[in-house]
Write a new protein. Structure first.
Length: 93
């Protein structure tokens, strides 16, 4: 049986971090059982990117909802909300 192995290319990112923040990262790595600082930082970056994307989607929804010239019923708002939640669920699982 052949197995498919997904190859992920990693790039190096150098950054400077204040000592206090680095100590907090080290404590979090230990407390939450991350294997390395890098694993924690990658996870934090993924979470931040996801958060920013969600915020952008919500701003877009607010813009669309605010541009309506007609009165939207509660049922229409509920359906639109369900559609958005389904899209978010598919996108972010």
């Amino acid at each position: 049986m052949s197995s498919y192995i997904r190859s992920i290319t990693m790039e190096v990112l150098n950054l400077k971090i204040e000592g206090k923040i680095l100590r907090e990262i080290d404590q979090t790595v230990h407390d939450h059982r991350y294997s390395t600082r890098s694993e924690f930082v990658r996870d934090a970056i993924r979470e931040k990117l996801s958060e920013l994307e969600k915020e952008a989607m919500l701003r877009h929804i607010e813009k669309i909802a605010g541009s309506s010239k007609r009165k939207t019923t509660d049922e229409e708002l509920h359906r639109a909300g369900e559609q958005v939640m389904q899209r978010l669920a598919r996108r972010f699982k």
